[in-house]
Design a protein around this ligand. Sequence first.
Ligand code: PLP
Length: 487
Amino acid sequence: MTAESLAASYVAPGADYAATASEAYQAALRVIESVEPRVADATRKELADQRDSLKLIASENYASPAVLLTMGTWFSDKYAEGTVGHRFYAACQNVDTVEALAAEHARELFGAQYAYAQPHSGIDANLVAYWAILAAKVEAPGLADLGAKHVNDLSEADWESLRGKLGNQRLLGMSLDTGGHLTHGFRPNISGKMFHQRQYGTDPQTGLLDYDAVAAAAREFKPLVLVAGYSAYPRRVNFAKMREIADEVGAVLFVDMAHFAGLVAGKVFTGDEDPVPHADIVTTTTHKSLRGPRGGLVLATEEYAPFVDKGCPMVLGGPLSHVMAAKAVALAEARQAEFGVYAQRIADNAKALADGFLKRGATLVTGGTDNHIVLLDVTSFGLTGRQAESALLDSGVVTNRNAVPADANGAWYTSGIRFGTPALTSRGFGADDFDRVAELVVEVLSNTQPEGSSKAKYTIADGVAARVHAAASELLAANPLYPGLQL
Ligand code: PLP
């Protein structure tokens, strides 16, 4: 790693740090081995595999040893239903400490009025947010109209009528094929069953969000919830415009920043591109570009705070206290100045990857990127996403297939490959490395042929996979994962 990449990455803890982390993991693995050696073995293998793969999955990252070690403690054993200072269980004082710290770091980092650190995952965070909105906008006024304070005070008939209203609200979110997430109103997901839902897409010519079209859909549909945010859209979103649209139709603006929270935390997305000052509720995962433990967070304005705070028992069980502790550590890391350098490099590297593809004649959805995602349309190579994903995996390049707008191959085989830069940027990869990655990917795809009419089978020209794998291993060796960490 160069000095520059070291400065931009947490994997620069110095020799002592690496030695201490090595000791900790070696001891932990000896303990695990004494009970179930196959788990210890798989744990060692997982590190070896992660060290030797070119991980370009946009939703993955590498958390720091401090974050990982925080998860392996006795906090895991503690039940703490309720919220800070207000638990249904006794002896939660230390859980209170870590949950309050995670929330404080999140508020400070994102400039939010309120933060809730309990959701176990991104999906859980979204469920908490949806139900907080329903509680604030439907249940609370419904109770007031009926002159009641609590749902338990209602007659059977009144409760049934209120339940009917809760289950009959409208949500407008981004469609799955244009980059939205399953939880933004997709029918097979509970969000598409809870809400009467409709979707907005992107401009068919440019692939870009068309705010006038979103506004027109909102005017016609009049949703209670307008959802912004994405899993596979390679561009920034103007949240001030989404706010204007929400205000015009009286909708609640809910932003799911699961993918790009690291770019918000690192102040790459500011002003209109920062969702926090514009949205009523913002959710995120903590394990993608934010580089924390697997989990979720909800940020909210004071208006929604009391409703989000009831996430447990509303939709969550006991919080994962060990993970909340790790969220506090990760958010403390993200408040360091170095995290801003890291976040900027994520975006610069995505641009280098996109430019590397474009100069080699590849087709990108929206023609490029200005976030951490690059979406390659692989139909120009004559392949489905499934074939391209498998051929790349054979060559040591880990990606995931993804639908492109109006995908002719459907959501299973797809026509795209989604690339993301957060993980390799954590290893210290820079722009030149990403240009080389583009070269390797193009080499694999241009030497891969579909087999007959199959959407899954393919053949790679002799020697290509081995050659690319060797080149990928060279890049990886120059940018080691957890340098100095020995098991
Ligand atoms: N929201 C978005 C935008 C996502 O991309 C994802 C995960 O891919 C989620 C929510 C769900 O996160 P989790 O897998 O932690 O439930």
